[in-house]
Design a protein around this ligand. Structure first.
Ligand SMILES: Nc1nc2c(ncn2[C@@H]2O[C@H](COP(=O)(O)OP(=O)(O)OP(=O)(O)O)[C@@H](O)[C@H]2O)c(=O)[nH]1
Length: 312
């Protein structure tokens, strides 16, 4: 084997050290080294660029300069634990950090403990900026929540839509079958609504629908469910309420409607309603009975509430 002189060994060591330093400098991710007390000893250009500091502004400072105030104590304690603990690798963790401009970014940090030239421990931390990914995740979550909302709600009135409403009706029937309780439903439909659209335009018609649902919801109990079945037809589910009580409630709603001036045109808008009480019927049969009663209300001259006859 060829002999290596101390001089050559020294050169080899220096070359290897330079190579390592160059790799760290060129690394596309931020890297820093902190001493046992948490003060920066080395930061690479990617680290400086990410935080917006020059190297000389960071070196010698405590690492909490890039930690938002609220997390500083916790982060310092974690740093101390890591420097004194037995684990030589820190788990990947997500942190919110603070740049020189005061922007909060989210990073993934991973750290390892190494030995410094003085034999003391150092912490080397690698950071990856995931702010954009985080923001995308938040926007995706909001979009999903909106989609979920739209899947169950009507966009114009924000009430439950037909599909969600009929599901609630089935659930209410199951509850009554199980606990022997009761409930009523009311279907209501605006009278001569087509004339409003034809005379004042569709957008006035839309406003009437929005004002109607707000007014009716206000007149109902918190436990009642208000659903837009479609067009100008709505369903109300009233848990624990018998037919007479539901009739009274709908009379109150009918009167409130008839007395309310709608839109800037001060329109009088009335509704006709059919009420049916649950008596071991299917959701469809219950709806049919309420629908027939509403039809009778229309036939009898509109602006009235009719209770459905009991099923045979
Ligand atoms: N502006 C607006 N109009 C709607 C909407 N959905 C349905 N309509 C209108 O509601 C009207 C319903 O008309 P009809 O079914 O003839 O009922 P009506 O005029 O209320 O008459 P009766 O129910 O018999 O008293 C139609 O002109 C539909 O175009 C909506 O979301 N916005």
């Amino acid at each position: 084997m060829k002999e290596v002189s101390p001089d050559q060994l020294y050169q080899l060591f220096n070359r290897s050290k330079r190579n390592t330093e160059n790799v760290i400098k060129a690394a596309p991710i931020g890297i820093c080294i902190t001493n046992p007390s948490g003060y920066f000893e080395m930061v690479n250009p990617a680290y400086c660029e990410f935080y917006g500091y020059r190297e000389e502004e960071i070196l010698g400072q405590h690492f909490t300069m890039v930690v938002p105030e609220a997390y500083r104590a916790r982060q310092s304690a974690l740093h101390d634990d890591f420097m004194q603990g037995s684990e030589s690798f820190e788990q990947r963790q997500e942190w919110d950090v603070l740049t020189k401009l005061g922007d909060v970014h989210t990073i993934i940090a991973e750290a390892a403990r190494i030995e410094g030239e003085d034999g003391q421990s150092r912490k080397v931390t690698f950071i990856i900026d995931i702010t954009q990914r985080k923001q995308l995740e938040v926007r995706l979550k909001q979009a999903n929540e909106r989609l979920d909302h739209l899947a169950h709600h009507d966009e114009l009135t924000e009430l439950y839509n037909r599909r969600a409403g009929l599901q609630r009706l089935d659930e209410e029937i199951k509850r009554c079958e199980r606990y022997g309780s009761t409930f009523s439903i009311a279907i209501y439909d605006l009278d001569d609504f087509k004339a409003i659209n034809d005379t004042y335009g569709h957008s006035t018609g839309d406003t009437v629908l929005q004002q109607t649902t707000a007014l009716v919801s206000k007149a109902l109990r918190d436990t009642d469910l208000h659903i837009r079945l479609g067009g100008e037809e709505f369903l109300i589910i009233m848990p624990g309420v018998n037919a007479e009580e539901a009739h009274l409630a709908m009379e109150r709603v009918r009167e409130a409607m008839a007395q309310n001036p709608f839109t800037e045109h001060q329109l009088t808008v009335t509704l006709s309603s059919g009420v049916a009480c649950y008596v071991e019927a299917s959701g469809t049969r219950l709806l049919d009975r309420a629908d027939k009663a509403m039809y009778q209300a229309k036939q009898a001259g509109r602006n009235r509430v009719v209770i459905a006859s009991s099923p045979m």
